[in-house]
Ligand binder design. Structure first.
Ligand SMILES: NC(=O)c1ccc[n+]([C@@H]2O[C@H](COP(=O)([O-])OP(=O)(O)OC[C@H]3O[C@@H](n4cnc5c(N)ncnc54)[C@H](O)[C@@H]3O)[C@@H](O)[C@H]2O)c1
Length: 334
């Protein structure tokens, strides 16, 4: 039988004994182990499981890494900027990992053809033994609208009665503009979407996680441009906005850690999407040049973020917060 996180927290520690058999559905582990004792996993995994099995012949030994730690079974997520690009790729990854519902927020009133095709694909996914996957939902929203985002969070929480994952992937990049000429209106426009939008999205998710006492995971999509400057690219506003997202990640992680809510960022390198096509497709030779600027000698693919986002969203990363994960093909190493 399922024990909710809230119920688990109300139970004395002695009642947290390892279950003999794994429950059918996953719940979040208790994030508040007794601080005077070494922390224990909420159910036996890894070496602890092996030691349990050695003590108890009735212990059912079976792998847990993908069925439990990485599983997002029944979890509820919000992903901004998910009509296309990296946000949509991440939303699909969450569904494949078992999420119950992933709410995709983006500007257009109606979702695009790519989103609809992906939604149809999720409906056809076979999870074995005829089991179907979770729902991909579309919500038209502007991440700059703080109250609107909070209301969407409330709507999702009211409907689903839980809220586990929030991903802020909406972002904009403007064409090259000299830093000595940069118009403040344009600088503000980028900040409004990339920084305020990330805050509003994280708040929408975090407020629901707090409401349901859920040790959720908030993931802000920053960029390697928050840590390094792309050579020959005059992107002051974008780079500054992504640096702000990195510091927002650390600040929110420190504030929300005591609630068991984790906040991390992912910093991709150059990945071919509509955003990057705007400069890659219009400047002959640029794709080859940027590919040559990392040790792997190529651009990244959106699907190469599926693993890291699932890891950060799941219980496989429960000790990771306030971190930035660089996925750049090594661009930042040179
Ligand atoms: N593609 C890359 O190489 C790369 C590298 C590093 C970081 N990033 C970051 O990853 C994120 C996704 O980028 P992408 O490459 O998929 O770009 P993209 O342009 O394909 O997707 C961005 C999405 O955000 C949406 N969006 C923009 N403004 C919005 C607003 N005000 N409200 C709601 N939605 C809004 C867009 O409509 C679009 O669907 C961005 O934050 C971007 O800065 C991308």
């Amino acid at each position: 039988m399922l024990r909710s996180v809230v119920a688990q927290r109300l139970l004395p520690r002695s009642a947290h004994a390892f279950p003999r058999a794994l429950p059918i559905a996953m719940e979040h582990p208790d994030p508040n182990p007794n601080p005077d004792k070494p922390p224990q996993p909420p159910y036996p995994v890894g070496v602890v499981a092996a030691l349990e099995a050695a003590k108890d012949p009735s212990f059912r030994a079976r792998p847990t890494l993908f069925s439990r730690e990485f599983s997002l079974h029944d979890r509820v997520a919000l992903v901004s900027g998910a009509n296309r690009g990296l946000g949509l790729e991440m939303a699909l990854a969450l569904i494949e990992a078992g999420a119950r519902a992933v709410y995709c927020l983006d500007l257009p009133k109606e979702p695009g053809d790519e989103w609809l095709t992906v939604r149809d694909y999720t409906e056809k996914l076979d999870f074995g033994q005829g089991k179907k996957g979770g729902r991909l939902e579309y919500v038209s929203a502007d991440v700059r609208d703080q109250r609107g985002l909070w209301a969407i969070g409330d709507m999702i929480g009211d409907k689903e009665k839980r809220f586990d994952i929030g991903i802020a992937a909406a972002g904009i990049l403007k064409p090259h503009t000299s830093c000595l000429e940069y118009p403040s209106e344009q600088f503000k426009e980028v900040m409004d979407v990339n920084v305020n939008g990330a805050l509003n999205t994280a708040q929408a998710a975090g407020r629901q996680m707090h409401r349901f006492n859920t040790p959720g995971s908030i993931i802000l999509i920053a960029s390697m441009s928050g840590s390094i400057t792309n050579r020959d690219h005059a992107w002051t506003s974008y780079n500054s906005s992504k640096s702000a997202v990195l510091q927002m990640t650390r600040s929110m992680a420190c504030e929300l850690g005591p609630l068991g809510i984790r906040v991390n960022s992912i910093s991709p390198g150059h990945i071919y999407t509509t955003m990057t096509a705007a400069y890659l497709d219009t400047q002959p030779g640029l794709m080859r040049k940027l590919a040559g600027m990392n040790p792997l000698g190529r651009l990244g693919r959106p699907d190469e973020l599926r693993g890291v986002v699932t890891w950060l969203a799941s219980d496989a990363s429960t000790f990771c917060t306030g971190s930035d994960i660089l996925i750049s093909g090594g661009h930042h190493s040179w």
